[in-house]
Design a protein around this ligand. Structure first.
Ligand code: ADP
Ligand code: MG
Length: 255
């Protein structure tokens, strides 16, 4: 097992944003985490990456307890992430942003630069290498986040709404990129509200609602699960919407 979370709870005061959530991730998985806004997806995700301290529960990476490890230590072990709101270093170039990731494993500037250029090539951003990061729009920033994470040479990559704010064409390109990353041997956890992305990419899906896991299974299983549809819409609305496919209910397919 690559990554395991056991009974994670994260409380903010008396409010439990995540309540006793567990998950296991095997090499080669693309695990999708879905759920309505405020369900606790990002909070759970941040407990996996170490950006938030868990209130209780354990996180294991390749069998090792990393619950008290900083995000940097987890990155060294091979756990990389992107942020829902891109954390771009505005004053730096695109290349320099990616080099920050590469410096995790390369102390020499020239080596880090070579690695960063190779990653930019891979994500299709080579011609933007010397552009200031601040000149990028949302799609560029989202892709740059993925590039910086890839430059750390991860075993597991966690993407938090990496496709939010993209148009249909850009989403398709991003799906292709994630497929390419997966083919290269990287295991993925994707938090995504775009159902089509989950349907096309995820091998398994876990559904959150009010901090708790309410369903897990294949993308088709969870999207046809009445409890999941009810969580997205509220029970009454789900009844009113009977006759629509689950994907339509959850935001519609990408056309
Ligand atoms: P999701 O990513 O599924 O939309 P989040 O994990 O961001 O949900 O948030 C889950 C719940 O926890 C929300 O109700 C949110 O307002 C709350 N929450 C998230 N972060 C904090 C925080 N730092 N302090 C207090 N409440 C928070
Ligand atoms: Mg979120």
């Amino acid at each position: 097992m690559l990554l395991e979370a056991r009974g994670i709870t994260k409380a903010f005061g008396s409010f439990k944003a995540v309540d006793d959530a567990s998950v296991t991730l095997e090499q080669g998985d693309i695990l999708g985490l879905i759920g309505p806004n405020g369900a606790g997806k990002s909070t759970f995700f941040n407990c996996l990456t170490g950006d938030l301290k868990t209130s209780s529960g354990r996180v294991l990476f390749e069998g090792r307890d990393i619950t008290d490890f900083t995000p940097e230590l987890r990155a060294e072990l091979g756990l990389a992430r992107t942020f829902q709101v891109p954390q771009t270093f505005e004053g730096m170039t695109v290349l320099e942003n990616v080099m920050i990731g590469a410096f995790l494993r390369s102390s020499h500037r020239a080596e880090a630069e070579t690695k960063a250029r190779a990653v930019l090539e891979r994500v299709g951003m080579s011609r933007l290498a010397d552009s200031p990061a601040r000149s990028l729009g949302t799609p560029g920033r989202k892709r740059l986040e993925i590039a910086r994470a890839l430059a750390t040479e991860p075993k597991v990559l966690l993407l938090d709404e990496a496709m939010a704010g993209l148009n249909a064409h850009e989403v398709k390109r991003a799906i292709d990129l994630v497929r390419d990353i997966h083919r290269s041997g990287i295991t993925l956890v994707i938090v995504e509200h775009i159902m089509e992305v989950i349907m096309s990419l995820a091998s398994r899906v876990m559904v959150f609602h009010q901090g708790k896991e309410i369903a897990r299974g294949s993308p088709l299983e969870v999207t046809s699960n009445p409890a999941v549809i009810a969580a997205y819409l509220g029970t009454r609305a789900a009844k009113a919407a009977a006759g629509h496919t689950p994907i339509e209910l959850m935001g519609g397919p990408i056309t």
